[in-house]
Design a binder for this molecule. Structure first.
Ligand code: ZNH
Length: 141
């Protein structure tokens, strides 16, 4: 699925984000809530205003989980197994939403990185996020 070149690009892109994880996560979530309002229904207990403490904290967690996934890119199922349980059994997030989050992350990365976000990097991140989404969705029945 991911080529060696894809993996390299993902690592490079991620390297450029270090220090900005919380901001990127928060921006991604905020975009998701506004571009795809039904996603808000999973967060009735959150203050969803832009830059709220809860959005920032959750954004940080989501990006940290993606960083873990990148470190274990050849073994996503195992690396994300607990998160997969959480999303399938506890949170029951409809898997369609994983695509929305991935979309919003792409937009945030493109806006921040500009030219550095080459079509090749876009494609690599797209494949990576699809891989993460399939793992997060693999326990659904
Ligand atoms: Zn999720 C949670 C990740 C998607 C919804 N998440 C969570 C967490 C993490 C994550 C890390 C935390 C956990 C703990 O704390 O332990 N996610 C993630 C990722 C992804 C996701 C990586 C992709 C890629 N989610 C998602 C979506 C949704 C969600 C799409 C919907 C829309 N999550 C969620 C919720 C929660 C979570 C609701 C819980 C929150 C709180 O805090 O409450």
């Amino acid at each position: 699925m991911l080529t060696a070149e894809d993996k390299k690009l993902i690592q490079q892109i991620w390297g450029k984000l270090s220090g900005a994880e919380e901001e990127i996560g928060a921006e991604t979530l905020w975009r998701m809530f506004h571009s795809y309002p039904p996603t808000k229904t999973y967060f009735p207990h959150f203050d969803l205003s832009q830059g709220s403490d809860q959005i920032r904290a959750h954004g940080r967690k989501v990006v940290a989980a993606l960083s873990t996934a990148i470190k274990n890119i050849d073994n996503l199922s195992q690396a994300l197994s607990e998160l997969s349980n959480l999303h399938a059994y506890n949170l029951r997030v409809d898997p369609v939403n994983f695509k929305f989050l991935a979309q919003c992350l792409q937009v945030v990365l493109a806006t921040r990185l500009g030219k550095d976000y080459s079509p090749e990097a876009h494609s690599a991140v797209d494949k990576f996020m699809s891989g993460v989404a399939s793992v997060l969705a693999e326990k659904y029945r």
